[in-house]
Design a binder for this molecule. Structure first.
Ligand code: GAL
Length: 809
């Protein structure tokens, strides 16, 4: 990293704001070391030999992968297992377990007695113990929680020493949780008389085309206070304003009218800004800017889920928080890329499984247009894993939910909270009480959004009343119980809070092509014919049918959008499987075939016409090699080297024939596979071809963005393929490639999407998987040209020129 060792000082908003509050992000200047250092909290502790790191930071992503790490010999009861087996890659086999310390020495330029300084952590994995100037100032437990401490009385003039100890236990997670200060840490300095942290709460209780009532509650500290709130549109024009001096229990409440509001939706993610200016007498003492959207939501048995008065169904995906080769260290460019891919998919909703989303992801959801289901826990009081959240539930659940809601409630994208996922507390009356208690906390903090829990023990929740008390009954899988749940639960609608869990490996196809549950192969891959699923789950079409035929089903969240580290089902017991097979998109961010199946339904703007498998089957000549086409057209004709294989029309004879076009009897011969889609009147609508590729000849590079920002964090994702002499992509190539970045950027990471690869993500070499991989190039803090060179033995190398431009403040 060529970023300076000084912290980055971010003064938000206007010059007026600079006098009233400042936010210092502690991004650089961190010293890090794994291990137990009893005295590392002390000011004069010698950390000179420690590693220099920037935060966000994930200490475990650099590996190496190791089979022994967090090896769990358990029966996963929620998966229906009755006897224990040895699970190797369950939490990703990366070294996240153990203790580690971070230290940072910083200065607060203008701290005086009349100021208040808060130290905010957006996530610390996990069990943080926080020390300032040799004194313990606080601790937290849950690695996904947002929390802050008032450090005003511990601050000194000049240098201050912050030390954070983190500890991760084995058997504490069901997936790769990451390790470290993986989200931002910042210092907020403001006047003692000021707006409270997360003290602004904006709702829109009345929304019509003509007018909106914007309700703004602001919690404050001080006396003789006046609040002036102004609303600005997207162009920065002030469109409404209000002033009040009336406090109700230390809160101002204002109702501001906005005429002809521009309503927020995934299709029109229009954002307004509210600026709250707090005065003591006539003197400005604080100023806080909040972006928000004007939109209405409702859930009812008559109309299902409505956004701005229109019924729609969630076309959602569940996402874990890791960013593949970057691990869990949050990075906005990586999130933006994920969400750009999801937009192309036609996806309009995200569930943060199974914990608090990053602030960056929510900002992007507001800005790019995604509905958001913000989740809190995977576990309550009854354990799923020995050292999971059950250890903290009693002491922390209320605090964790309160912080989740207060920190994120102004995001228009959030349309539902989730209090939990498949919690074992679904059984028994204690669990019902817990569900009610948690839901009430959400309601107390935010009366405008409903609460769900992803339920897998659907029969039990019907009997206990657990499902009946929830605002939104969420079913995880259990397609056979939807009708019964609809009948028995009082709400009058059902959410597919988790669906499918179909498994596949990008570009890998297995023969014979057969529908199968928990299917395993010697190479530890799953077939991309998209017919393999888990014992508790199902194929995408089983959900499509419910979504399409039952008006009372309000949408689905597919497990998962992207592959993630850990949980390598169906290979939980087979080393070296270490990441998931569930994604529609692989760990490198490359779409699998399944992506196009969902795209053909979800993306109603763009055409989808996708052929699988690839057509490089040396050795399969003369053998049956089924061809599937995922398309939004309902009929198409397939040709092998010009010979028609007949026309297929979508039909209701099986769930698959309703949504896929399938030619099951195709005999493989090398050459050209061509599909022509027709409209219902028989005219040609679109055409696609796949060719048998020759030997790998040259490297081909394609960047998602060629111009990035010189902020030391921005990333260009470069997809690398190899092609034959005439430019056909070689779909089975596994060549080893090497990467070199020169100029104003650096090589950051690489991933190929192979769930069994043990190659390190941060080393500039990797083998292709199914002909592709993705290289991440990071900007440094000086703008200029960046050059990526990719080479490999006996291949024509390739060079890509990228550019970074100065930060636009
Ligand atoms: C669900 C669970 C998810 C994931 C998934 C795999 O039951 O909620 O976290 O484990 O199964 O299919």
């Amino acid at each position: 990293m060529r970023t300076p060792l000084l912290f980055i000082l971010l003064i938000i908003s206007t010059t007026v704001l600079a006098q009233s509050r400042s936010i210092i992000e502690l991004h650089t200047g961190w010293k890090f070391k794994k291990g137990n250092f009893e005295n590392a909290y002390q000011i004069d502790f010698n950390d000179t030999g420690w590693q220099n790191v920037t935060v966000p930071h994930d200490w475990a992503i650099y590996g190496p992968f190791d089979k022994e790490i967090d090896k769990q010999t358990v029966a996963i009861t929620q998966n229906g297992e009755t006897s224990a087996t040895e699970k190797t890659g369950r939490t990703g086999s990366l070294p996240f377990i153990g203790n580690a310390w971070y230290r940072n020495t910083f200065e607060i330029p203008e701290h005086t007695e009349n100021k208040k300084t808060l130290l905010l952590f957006e996530g610390a994995m996990s069990e943080p113990q926080v020390y300032l100037n040799g004194v313990k100032i606080g601790e937290w437990a849950y690695g996904y929680a947002y929390f802050y401490f008032d450090i005003s009385k511990h601050l000194k003039p000049g240098k201050n020493t912050l030390a954070v100890k983190l500890s991760n236990e084995s058997f504490s997670s069901r997936w790769y949780p990451g390790a470290g200060l993986y989200r931002k840490v910042s210092l907020i300095t403001k006047n003692a008389q000021s707006i409270d942290q997360w003290g602004t709460f904006i709702t829109t209780p009345l929304v019509t085309e003509k007018e909106a009532k914007v309700n703004i509650k602001t919690a404050v500290t001080g006396s003789d206070l006046k609040m002036v709130t102004s609303i600005y549109d997207k162009t920065g024009k002030r469109i409404a304003s209000d002033s009040t001096s009336t406090l109700y229990n230390s809160k101002f409440e204002q109702n501001i009218k906005v005429n002809n509001p521009n309503l927020w939706s995934p299709e029109n993610p229009y954002l307004y800004t509210s600026v709250s200016r707090l005065y003591v007498g006539n003197k400005l003492t604080d100023e806080v800017k909040t972006t928000f959207g004007i939109r209405s939501i409702s859930y009812s048995s008559e109309n299902g889920f409505q956004l701005n008065g229109k019924t729609r169904k969630f076309k959602g995906v569940c996402l874990h928080h890791d960013l593949g080769p970057l691990g869990t260290a949050v990075n906005k460019a990586a999130l933006r890329r994920q969400m750009t891919i999801l937009k192309d998919l036609g996806c309009d909703a995200i569930r943060s499984a199974h914990n608090m989303p990053s602030f960056e992801q929510l900002e992007l959801a507001d800005e790019m247009g995604f509905l958001f289901l913000a989740e809190s826990f995977d576990e309550w009081k009854k354990p799923k894993v020995e050292n999971g959240y059950n250890r903290f539930f009693d002491d922390y659940a209320e605090k964790d939910i309160t912080n989740l809601v207060r920190a994120t409630r102004n995001h228009p994208s959030i349309v539902m909270w989730s209090a939990g996922n498949e919690v074992p507390d679904q059984y028994g009356s204690e669990g019902v009480k817990r569900a009610k208690w948690l839901q009430d906390i959400f309601h107390r903090e935010d009366p405008t959004r409903p609460v769900t829990v992803g339920m897998d023990q659907v029969k039990a929740t019907m009997e206990s009343g657990f499902g009946a008390i929830l605002d939104i009954p969420g079913l995880n899988y259990r397609v056979h119980l939807y009708e019964e749940a609809y009948d028995k639960f009082p709400q009058g609608f059902i959410l597919g809070s988790e669906t499918a869990s179909t498994v596949s490996s990008r570009g890998i196809y297995k023969f014979p092509v057969k529908k199968a549950s928990m299917k395993e192969y010697p190479d530890l891959q799953s077939s991309s014919y998209d017919l393999e699923y888990c014992s508790w789950s199902n194929l995408p079409e089983d959900d499509f049918i419910l979504q399409d035929d039952k008006p009372w089903v309000i949408g689905e969240f597919v497990w998962t959008g992207f592959d993630y580290l850990g949980e390598p089902t169906p290979y939980d017991t087979s080393w070296p499987a270490r990441s998931s097979y569930f994604g529609m998109i692989d760990l490198a961010g490359i779409p699998k075939d399944r992506y196009y199946l969902y795209r053909s339904r979800w993306n109603t703007e763009k055409e989808t016409l996708h052929i699988l498998p690839h057509w490089n089957w040396e050795g399969r000549e003369g053998e049956k090699t089924p061809v599937f086409v995922y398309t939004n057209y309902d009929r198409a004709e397939l040709f092998v080297n010009g010979k028609s294989q007949g026309i297929q029309i979508k039909n209701d004879s099986t769930p698959q024939t309703r949504y896929r076009l399938m030619w099951n009897e195709v005999i493989y011969e090398p050459g050209t596979l061509k599909v022509i889609a027709y409209t219902q009147d028989g005219s040609v609508a679109a055409e696609k071809k796949v060719e048998t590729a020759g030997k790998p000849y040259a490297i081909q590079l394609e960047a998602d963005r060629k111009t990035i920002t010189a902020d030391g964090n921005d990333l260009s994702f470069v997809t690398v393929s190899v092609v034959d002499k005439v430019g056909n992509i070689c779909p089975t190539a596994t060549n080893r490639l090497n990467f070199k970045v020169t100029g104003n950027g650096e090589f950051k990471a690489v991933a190929n999407g192979d769930p069994t690869s043990l190659e390190a993500f941060h080393k500039p070499t990797m083998k292709l998987f199914s002909g592709k991989l993705v290289v991440l190039v990071q900007s440094d803090i000086t703008s200029g040209d960046i050059r990526l060179k990719v080479s490999g033995t006996s291949l024509k190398s390739a060079v890509l020129k990228l550019k970074s431009t100065p930060i636009n403040y």
